[in-house]
Design a protein around this ligand. Sequence first.
Ligand SMILES: NC(=O)c1ccc[n+]([C@@H]2O[C@H](COP(=O)([O-])OP(=O)(O)OC[C@H]3O[C@@H](n4cnc5c(N)ncnc54)[C@H](OP(=O)(O)O)[C@@H]3O)[C@@H](O)[C@H]2O)c1
Length: 414
Amino acid sequence: MNELKIGICGWGNVATGLYKSIHKNKKQIEAAANTKIDIIVIGARRDNPKCDPKEVNIERDIFDVLNHDIDVMVELIGGVDVARELILAAIEKGIHVITANKAVLYHHGDEIFSKAAAKNVHVLFEASVCAGTPIIKMLKEELAGNRISKISGMLNGTSNFILSQMEDGAEFDTTLKIAQEEGYAEPNPSFDIEGMDAAHKIGILSSIALGTPLPPKDFYVEGITDIDSKDFEYAKNLGFTIKHLAVASLSEKSIQLRAHPVLISLDSYLAGLKGVRNGIEIETDLIGTLHVAGSGAGQESTASGLISDLIHLSNSDISSSSTALLASEANIQPIKKMRFGYYFRIESTSGDIDLKVIESIFDDNQISINLNKFDDANIVIVTEPFIESLQEIVVTALNNLDAIVGVKTIRIEF
Ligand SMILES: NC(=O)c1ccc[n+]([C@@H]2O[C@H](COP(=O)([O-])OP(=O)(O)OC[C@H]3O[C@@H](n4cnc5c(N)ncnc54)[C@H](OP(=O)(O)O)[C@@H]3O)[C@@H](O)[C@H]2O)c1
């Protein structure tokens, strides 16, 4: 190939970042790609005052981008339904696809990848997880000879920023406001703080490393909205901090896929990663545990991931698709069948609650505990691992006691 002809769909934050980054580092990118790189057309339903595309063709209907003579369509519109339609239309026409869109891959990945394989078209998606921090190609290529048993990490910068601030004593609402003012959180932050963004990303990583389907079934997702600063105080006293962790792990016959808050040992690698950065821990059989950390969002960081796909595409054998993912035989385990240690925070109206009654509830369910009373109103219990289905039973029994105001639980990641 002596020229890579690009069509970009969408003209927002990431698309304009890609345009600017390609122009900024053009020489270097072309040298790495071994070819000339040209943006032929942009699908923009309106102009973006932050970026002038100069002489590049503009199509107001993004689907018209596919009528140009392009090798690759870079999908940067986000969302699910129209993005799916656009990607499938490109594949149908034999146009390669690069996307930063985790949501469309999470919901329609299997459909998209199987159609791409049938049409011998590449679908590349490095920027869809952790933006420019390289993780997708690392899993697909550099680690391809390893058996991966676990991927876990903080995959949502907004949640990690909020929890890091709370660890230093800030309150949830104030921190969310700061995150929005600083541009880390969307005006509607629910996707981030309710865990779905992290779930999309670990779903994609799991499909590569463990062969789980896209969309996956039995995926447990919980956000960070119930955590308060007192939890950090108690967790710290016990040698833990709190993180939002997305996990894909493989045991002999089953796979765990989950994204939720956890107590994690203060001296672990992931506990030390603070702020908006993403951090991932990968457990492999051949090189042991591997850590990856870096920016998980932002115009330039995402452009870096997209450019790496452009370079990869131009250097790969264009006539054969590299899209095929593993297909796993293992079942995804429902959360109720998993085992966790738990942090229980039991809030009471007075300090004179009978601790023996509380202990007996755990005892009746054969759960070993370590009970702590850091102040009058709160009893904090850390348990040995037990099956998740028991947790609801214990919480109900505790809530039935007089003087109990509320019971909160957080899983512990050992
Ligand atoms: N921002 C990041 O840091 C980041 C990081 C990693 C991955 N991503 C992913 O990158 C993608 C783009 O994100 P972004 O931050 O650039 O979003 P954005 O700033 O909202 O830009 C989206 C662009 O797509 C256009 N668009 C949306 N729906 C369309 C439709 N149905 N038809 C035509 N145009 C449409 C929008 O047009 P209008 O302006 O007219 O609405 C806008 O130009 C998303 O999938 C996102 O998840 C973003």
